[in-house]
Ligand binder design. Structure first.
Ligand SMILES: N=c1c2ncn([C@@H]3O[C@H](COP(=O)(O)OP(=O)(O)OP(=O)(O)O)[C@@H](O)[C@H]3O)c2ncn1[C@@H]1O[C@H](COP(=O)(O)O)[C@@H](O)[C@H]1O
Length: 104
């Protein structure tokens, strides 16, 4: 059953190739990977600040962060399922073993 993240991913994919003036997501796709990555970085910093100084904002900042991560993944032709598969691969593997198995 699709949850809010799945539904949001679907909407984000539908925005690809549409008029940048028509929506925020379309405008970010229009600005390109570098700008999308920059926005993700900004949202990550805002999440860190919320976690350490303004915990009441943490949920909202985390939502902004995940929203922009979904846009970056879509721009790179990756999906939540790709991330789910990677996390599933790591299940039962210790942190040290996982690090050793990462691509270099
Ligand atoms: N979840 C979100 C969502 N979260 C945050 N935002 C927008 O992301 C931006 C966050 O950037 P900032 O806080 O840095 O604000 P900003 O200064 O205006 O941004 P910049 O000028 O720096 O780009 C704001 O414009 C927010 O409105 C979102 N915009 C859209 N969605 C979802 O995406 C769907 C598609 O949105 P559209 O593409 O706009 O139709 C919507 O139906 C929503 O479900």
């Amino acid at each position: 059953m699709p949850d809010a993240l799945d539904r949001l991913e679907h909407i984000i994919r539908q925005r690809r190739g549409t008029d940048p003036a028509s929506s925020y997501v379309a405008s970010l796709f229009g600005k390109g990977r570098l700008k999308i990555a920059q926005k993700l970085g900004e949202e990550a910093v805002e999440t860190v600040i919320a976690a350490t100084a303004e915990p009441a904002k943490l949920t909202s900042e985390a939502a902004d962060l995940m929203f922009h991560l979904l846009i970056l993944l879509a721009d790179a032709d990756l999906s939540l399922d790709d991330v789910r598969a990677e996390l599933a691969r790591r299940e039962g593997v210790s942190g040290h073993e996982e690090k050793a198995a990462r691509p270099r």
